[in-house]
Design a protein around this ligand. Structure first.
Ligand SMILES: Nc1ncnc2c1ncn2[C@@H]1O[C@H](COP(=O)(O)OP(=O)(O)OP(=O)(O)O)[C@@H](O)[C@H]1O
Ligand SMILES: O=C(O)[C@H](O)[C@@H](O)[C@H](O)[C@H](O)CO
Length: 175
């Protein structure tokens, strides 16, 4: 009887960080480089969450809970199907990442880090986005950086997107 060699599972990567770090930009590029499906967690927000942020009010834990369940379900499906994926999702707090990790145990968190000045510059320049720059303070206040026992790594968000994506590819080779 022919033996079955199981295919290696492709990685499920979540690019995390505060607004303006470049999650969407980098995650899309990384997905392209790795040939994995891409998703932006912003597309999973219920309309009330988008309206709240657009009105300049930060989301709270209760607002984020149903949203994180939807993102977790999508990750779970990609992991089960073995297709892998790259998702851009703020996942600012440890408990949010734990929710995603419970749904997708193999998840790898790629955290983008940047100082306030760079973030302000980027958000002030960005057009056609619902997220107002004034929410940056609340994003930084909510942020709980990746902890040593979480599966993931951090990258500086300052270099050009293709440099960050290339660094991420190298990092993931050794993950
Ligand atoms: N590495 C980079 N260098 C220069 N500009 C960048 C870089 N990454 C992203 N940008 C620009 O900064 C702005 C924010 O990027 P992006 O929308 O990807 O961030 P984000 O973290 O997904 O933000 P949000 O959480 O608010 O959706 C965009 O205008 C984008 O073109
Ligand atoms: O948890 C949150 O506060 C939200 O997810 C925000 O991070 C926004 O969705 C994002 O920054 C806009 O793209």
């Amino acid at each position: 009887m022919a033996s079955r060699i199981s295919e290696p599972r492709l990685p499920c990567i979540v690019v995390v960080g505060v607004s303006g770090t470049g999650k969407t930009t980098v995650a899309r590029l990384l997905a392209e480089r790795l040939g994995l499906p891409f998703a932006d967690a912003d597309d999973a927000h219920p309309p009330d969450n988008i309206a709240k942020m657009a009105a300049g009010v930060p989301l709270d834990d209760a607002d984020r809970e149903p949203w994180l369940r939807v993102v977790g379900q999508w990750l779970h499906e990609r992991e089960e199907a073995g297709t892998g994926c790259v998702v851009a999702c703020s996942a600012l707090k440890r408990r949010y990442r734990d929710t995603l990790g419970a749904a997708c145990p193999g998840v790898f968190f790629l955290q983008l880090t940047a100082g306030r000045e760079l973030l302000e510059q980027r958000l002030d320049r960005r057009r056609d986005h619902f997220m107002p720059p004034l929410l940056l303070n609340s994003q930084l206040a909510a942020l709980e950086p990746l902890e040593p026992d979480e599966r993931g790594a951090s990258l500086d968000a300052a270099p050009p997107p293709d440099v960050i994506a290339e660094r991420a590819v190298r990092l993931l080779r050794h993950a």
